[in-house]
Ligand binder design. Structure first.
Ligand code: C2E
Ligand code: CA
Ligand code: CA
Length: 511
């Protein structure tokens, strides 16, 4: 812990002040004595009374002075702890880190030594905290902070910048690996599960890196740069980390705009749903529709979900939006043929909340659709945040008769053991495998393996992002049961659902 020293109040200064107070009080005491008793005091000699009062004055004022300065010291210590240290972890506070960055900047300018500021953030910490409770959330932060300290060289300065966000100041010559390898090793270590009192908690982390250049940079600006790099890493999902580039400022402005506009957009009714058909590959029949949200802004036009869903997740706007999607899709399902289901995307943030099942139940009750006509698309990442809770939620959903498809299968978690514990009905093969099937034999092998795996588990497979006839043929040969993609039908408003295009594409592949 850094030692604090008050430069303006040395011991000599304090003693001098106390002595001065004492002498001042003595003089005042003498004066008071003269006024109070003068020559009329009879019960004790005026000189003795004067001496006693003056001595008391001296003692009192000296104590007062001592207490005052001790108090000053204590409050300085208190202020230091409040402002410079993070109470939960004992690391530097955000304010202290700004000071450290300023110092690092000055040193870099003098010595030419490179220093990096790394911003590490636990993805969706707010939601994790709400789901596991604040006590366990604190424990997660403390354990995370300890692991961070263990993983870094001793001279690295570490601070807590936000709830689940940490800053690291590290000199280039203290990093004994190429920066890419160093960052990746750090991410891997931080993403190992954390043992909490009741369960093993998995987290995802994102990381942004900015160089402290020392050419007069405002330290707050350096922090902003590392934070922009972090947001960029998170938004693009590029393996969890990014190095700052000036273009990121413009992206951040757009994000800021989206964030400020989401609430109004929701209230104004800018959102609507498009539906994309899912077809049975054997019969060519449409068996369901995936609901995909669309935001049409009155001035800026269409804003794709990938641009606003992550921001809605961070700000909590995903709750009203997600509930609305669920209810609207269930209500629209009544307009679809009776033997078709609607598939609704569930954000990991929604899936983790305590009232998620209630929201689902309410949507079903309010719209009166049969639960078997609702399918929820949940990603592996969402299920892996808290496996035990996920297992309970999935069991409840299965009990209600609602089917769950594992979305983007193959891109997330590598440990497949969860497939045995979790009740779900479908694996949805990610588009990235389908799009490479024709050119890359490995992707074809992955698809066949997933189909084999689902058969062994007794669940169905659906392939997404099917764009060509030959992809559809390869999928059929691999034994995939359901398909979805531009080749069979693009997402569109409800009335376009049975376009002639879909039927023609389907029949071309089936026969
Ligand atoms: P996703 O769940 O993987 O949805 C499939 C995405 O692939 C959709 O993009 C769809 O339009 C697109 N797509 C479908 N067929 C093809 C194809 O053949 N080729 C290509 N290249 N793309 C195809 P979209 O609508 O832009 O949605 C993107 C993502 O946004 C979705 O990915 C999903 O994660 C999220 N999303 C969309 N709607 C919702 C929603 O209502 N709630 C939540 N939580 N997330 C949503
Ligand atoms: Ca989906
Ligand atoms: Ca998907």
């Amino acid at each position: 812990m850094p030692q604090f020293k008050n430069p303006h109040r040395s011991t000599l200064f304090r003693l001098t002040t106390i002595a001065a107070c004492g002498i001042g009080s003595l003089a005042m005491g003498m004066w008071g004595l003269q006024i109070a008793f003068g020559s009329n005091a009879t019960f004790i000699p005026a000189e003795t009374a004067g001496a006693i009062i003056a001595a008391l004055f001296v003692l009192g004022s000296s104590c007062a002075a001592l207490a005052f300065f001790a108090g000053v010291d204590e409050s300085l210590q208190y202020v230091h702890q409040e402002t410079q240290l993070d109470k939960l972890t004992g690391l530097h506070s955000r304010r202290a880190m700004i000071g450290r960055v300023a110092t690092a900047g000055a040193t870099t300018e003098r010595t030419g030594e490179s220093v990096f500021l790394i911003d590490v953030d636990i993805d969706r910490f707010k939601q994790i905290n709400e789901a596991i409770g604040y006590g366990q959330g604190d424990e997660l932060i403390r354990t995370f902070a300890r692991r961070l300290q263990d993983a870094l060289p001793r001279n690295a300065e570490i601070g807590r910048l936000g709830a689940g966000e940490f800053g690291i100041l590290i000199k280039d010559d203290e990093i004994d690996l190429p920066i890419e390898a160093f960052v990746q090793a750090l991410i891997d270590r931080l993403m190992e599960p954390y043992q909490l009192a009741t369960h093993l908690q998995s987290v995802n982390v994102s990381l942004g890196l900015a160089a402290v250049t020392g050419d007069g940079d405002d330290p707050v600006q350096v922090l902003r740069c590392s934070s922009l790099a972090l947001q960029h890493a998170r938004a693009t999902g590029l393996g969890g980390w990014a190095i700052f580039h000036p273009d990121m400022g413009r992206v951040a402005d757009h994000r800021q705009w989206v964030e400020s506009e989401l609430h109004t957009a929701f209230e104004r009714g800018d959102f609507h749903l498009h539906y994309q058909p899912q077809l049975d590959l054997q019969s060519g029949k449409t068996v369901g529709y995936e609901a995909l949200i669309r935001w049409k802004h009155p001035e800026r036009g269409m804003i794709p979900p990938n641009e606003f869903i992550p921001i809605a997740e961070e700000t909590g706007m995903i709750f009203p939006i997600g509930s609305w999607v669920l209810r609207k899709a269930c209500s629209d399902a009544r307009l679809l043929p009776d033997d078709c289901f609607v598939a609704v995307n569930i954000s990991p943030v929604q899936f983790m909340t305590r009232d998620f099942l209630t929201v689902v139940r309410q949507a079903i009750q309010a719209t009166g659709i049969a639960p078997s006509r609702l399918e929820l698309e949940v990603t592996e990442t969402a299920m892996m945040q808290d496996r035990e809770r996920a297992a309970v939620v999935l069991k409840e959903l299965a009990g209600m008769g609602i089917s769950v498809a594992v979305d983007d299968f193959g891109t997330g978690y590598s440990n497949l053991s969860y497939l045995i514990d979790f009740p779900f009905r479908k694996l949805k093969i990610d588009r990235s495998f389908v799009s490479r099937m024709e050119t890359d034999s490995n992707s074809g092998a992955v698809v066949s393996t997933i189909v084999g795996l689902s058969r062994a588990l007794g669940v169905r497979t659906i392939a997404e992002g099917v764009e060509t006839e030959s992809q559809a043929t390869l999928l059929k040969a691999a034994g995939c049961e359901v398909v979805q993609g531009y080749f069979f039908g693009r997402p569109g408003p409800l009335q376009l659902r049975d376009s002639a295009e879909t039927a023609a594409a389907a029949s071309a592949t089936m026969h």
